[in-house]
Design a protein around this ligand. Structure first.
Ligand SMILES: [Zn+2]
Length: 257
């Protein structure tokens, strides 16, 4: 894997977002393997295909690429996306794509992460202000994707600060998340929000009271639920059944990685 973009492709282009799209998509096409099944390459859909930007014929996965120029070594919290309504309907549909988030600097890839489709909930899609009356697309509402509220387990690094992560590590990290796939989006939200809280506790072992400390935070995300502590215990059981934590003794838990 080389990290440099092919600048010859954009010699005749002026528009920066167009240049960025051409360079980053070309890079993925030339360099990326399927991070889900390990097939040696992914194929590109034609422009504006509703299913996404790339697909894998080995495992029938779709991928959408979002990129951002950034001089920081870390991933930004948010990425710009297109129309808010379109994004919400994609997330809640059965065929939402997996996302690839890329940062680049000095015309080379710096970071690339895979976020599997089952980590997307409507809560991470942040509505932006409608475009003003003088804009070419007045009234149009776009969105940001807030990746900071996705658990770390769902942010699978393929390239981290210009170091390529071993393919087996990437593929097994994805495989580990498959148990988190849920049928409906509402239960997905509770499960992922609870996992995010677990990851915020720095130690491997933790107590139920440490989870209860997130009660207000979870209540704010799920105002319709008045039994947040019950829900926390239920979701901890769920995370145990899915292999993310172990129950050590009553009220005492341990992360499995
Ligand atoms: Zn694949």
């Amino acid at each position: 894997m080389t990290f440099e973009f092919n600048l010859e492709l954009i010699e005749t282009y002026r528009n920066n977002s167009q240049k960025s799209r051409i360079l980053t998509e070309d890079w993925v096409e030339r360099n990326l393997y399927c991070p889900i099944c390990g097939k040696k390459y992914v194929d590109r859909y034609e422009n504006n295909h509703p299913a996404g930007d790339f697909y894998c014929t080995g495992c029938s996965s779709d991928f959408e690429l979002k990129s951002k120029k950034s001089n920081s070594a870390k991933m930004p919290k948010r990425f710009n996306d297109g129309a808010y309504a379109t994004m919400i309907s994609r997330i809640t549909s059965s065929r939402n794509p997996n996302f690839l988030f890329m940062t680049y600097k000095n015309n080379a890839v710096a970071n690339l992460i895979l976020i599997p489709n089952h980590f997307f909930t409507p809560e991470i899609i942040i509505k932006r202000k409608p475009l003003g009356p003088n804009a070419r697309r007045a009234g149009w509402v776009s969105c940001n994707i807030d990746i900071s509220s996705i658990p770390d387990s769902g942010k699978i690094f393929i390239v981290k600060d210009q170091i390529e992560i071993d393919h087996e590590t990437v593929i097994s990290s994805y495989a580990r998340t498959k148990s988190l796939k849920t049928v409906n989006v509402e239960s997905r939200g509770w499960l992922l929000d609870t996992l995010l809280c677990v990851e915020k506790i720095p130690s491997k072992d933790f107590m139920l009271d440490q989870m209860y400390a997130f009660e207000n935070e979870l209540k704010a995300k799920h105002p319709e639920n008045n039994f947040v502590k019950d829900k926390i215990r239920q979701q901890l059981q769920n995370l145990r059944d899915k292999g993310f934590i172990e129950f050590v003794s009553p009220g005492h838990y341990r992360k499995t990685t």
